[in-house]
Write a protein that binds this ligand. Structure first.
Ligand SMILES: [Zn+2]
Length: 286
């Protein structure tokens, strides 16, 4: 790693730790040399200068994907994202929202990040994030087409001269909004999808690690997309309710029994009962 000192590694576990550390530090290149010596074989991490002085070294290229995605035979749901950005003339009927979404998915799949140079509803210009320090020339420009109102790619330089485009386990563009959009159909069919499930599913199906907090926010946004937000849902509660009644319990246990009738999703009647006995509340049943 340029600018970093050399260190020796004794095992594959050490190598995995080093790769994880490099990813977390946003380091994009590691030169690995295998050295033979009397003590046996081992891995040696060297920087660029040290490598030229080592004639017996063998350069190994590291493919990062196997380090965080073990099942290489199973296709990822994100594999198709390579086609999200096809080239000049590509149209996005849902305008800038669809273009931004496609751009984020493409960057996650290709393993780079970007900066917006221009970003409004009529035009977007984007550069590779490594333009500032490495002068990368990757860029894309799209704008709205007047007569159709669709977004169209007008210029696309899809070569990373920074040579730092490779897939990593975490990606800044895998935002909670992106997660929410990707799991919204799952939330619709299974409203009680847990955050832990989402974290595991993203590793399994997208090869991407998302934090628990980001996954939680994604679930909340997906529920908002599918069911509406909590405030409006709670406000709707009083409108289905057709009848509410209650009575005091006068037996051994004192309390209150409440009964309500509401409409279910099929516009049928849906009776609910709720009891408060000796100050304790009990689940509703029907
Ligand atoms: Zn680049």
């Amino acid at each position: 790693m340029a600018g970093h000192s050399s260190c020796g590694l004794e095992s594959e576990e050490d190598l995995e730790v080093m790769v994880g550390l490099a990813l977390s530090c946003d380091i994009h290149r590691i030169d690995v040399f295998i050295k033979c010596c009397s003590l046996g074989e081992g891995y040696m991490i060297c920087d660029g200068e040290a490598s030229s002085s080592s004639n017996s070294s063998v350069v190994c290229e590291i493919d990062f994907l196997p380090s965080f995605y073990s099942n290489q035979l199973k296709p990822l749901l994100s594999d198709g994202w390579v086609n999200c950005m096809k080239g000049v003339g590509q149209r996005f009927a849902q305008r800038v929202v669809e273009f931004r979404d496609a751009l984020s998915k493409y960057s996650i799949h290709s393993g780079f990040n970007f900066d917006f140079v221009k970003n409004d509803k009529d035009r977007v210009t984007v550069h590779c994030k490594r333009r500032a320090d490495l002068g990368c020339l990757w860029s894309v420009h799209a704008r709205v087409k007047n007569y159709s109102k669709a977004f169209v790619i007008k210029q696309f330089d899809d070569v990373h001269t920074c040579v730092s485009s490779f897939r990593t386990i975490k990606h800044a563009r895998m935002t909670s909004s992106m997660i929410g959009g990707l799991i919204s159909s799952d939330i619709r069919s299974k409203a009680l999808t847990s955050v832990s499930e989402v974290v595991c599913d993203f590793k399994d199906y997208y090869g991407t690690e998302v934090s628990y907090r980001r996954a939680w926010m994604g679930v909340e946004k997906a529920r908002g997309l599918v069911f509406g937000d909590y405030s409006s849902s709670f406000d709707d509660l009083r409108w289905p309710v057709l009848m509410l009644n209650g009575t005091f319990l006068k037996g051994r246990h004192k309390g209150c029994l409440l009964a309500a009738t509401a409409k279910d999703g099929n516009q049928g009647l849906y009776p609910l009962y709720f009891a408060i006995v000796d100050g304790e509340s009990y689940d509703s049943w029907h």
